[in-house]
Design a protein around this ligand. Sequence first.
Ligand SMILES: [Zn+2]
Length: 210
Amino acid sequence: MYVDLTMAVGPGTAVFPGYPRPAVLQWSKIDVHGYYSNVLFFPEHVATHVDSPAHFVPGAKTVDQLDLSKFFGRFVAVDLSHLPPRASIGLKQFEEALPRGVELGPGWVVLIRTGYDAYAGTDKWLEHPDLSPELAEHLAKLGVNAVGVDAPSPDHAPFEIHKILLSREVLIYENLTNLAAVVGRSGQFIGLPVKVAGGSGAPVRAVALV
Ligand SMILES: [Zn+2]
């Protein structure tokens, strides 16, 4: 079964403070031009997207330079949606939430459900929990491919978690949605980004194959 973990991109999509909202301009109409199409304008970091190392690490890989294998992986989805606003997710807390028998290692994709996708566009959206540096270091050491959250970010300014993960080429998926549908299940995660030349990140269609 395929589970869609992707937020739609459109004029109503919530964006991180400081970014412009997506604009969708109708470019052609079937009754006028014979075909329907739109022109899109939006940030690289819109809706469900991946951050590539170059987003925070000078000289590191841009989204078009990453090995394709990085965008796939066996996933585990951990439910931490009970945490208070701005909680810091500790290593012990994470490990207690991991399903029994899961041995994380190179190539895995770790999905963390905060439940904050439900607050997209509100002030509460930005009060999401963060990964602790200790947890990020642990995941980087394990060599996982990526960490994904259903919040706009795995951290707040000064974005220490971004730096820990991206400097070790652990990709970050942000604004995933529908993670409740994959908590407790196992399978393959696929998050292929648009191949933006020199991009710091790009929107993805994130899917779990369970
Ligand atoms: Zn981002």
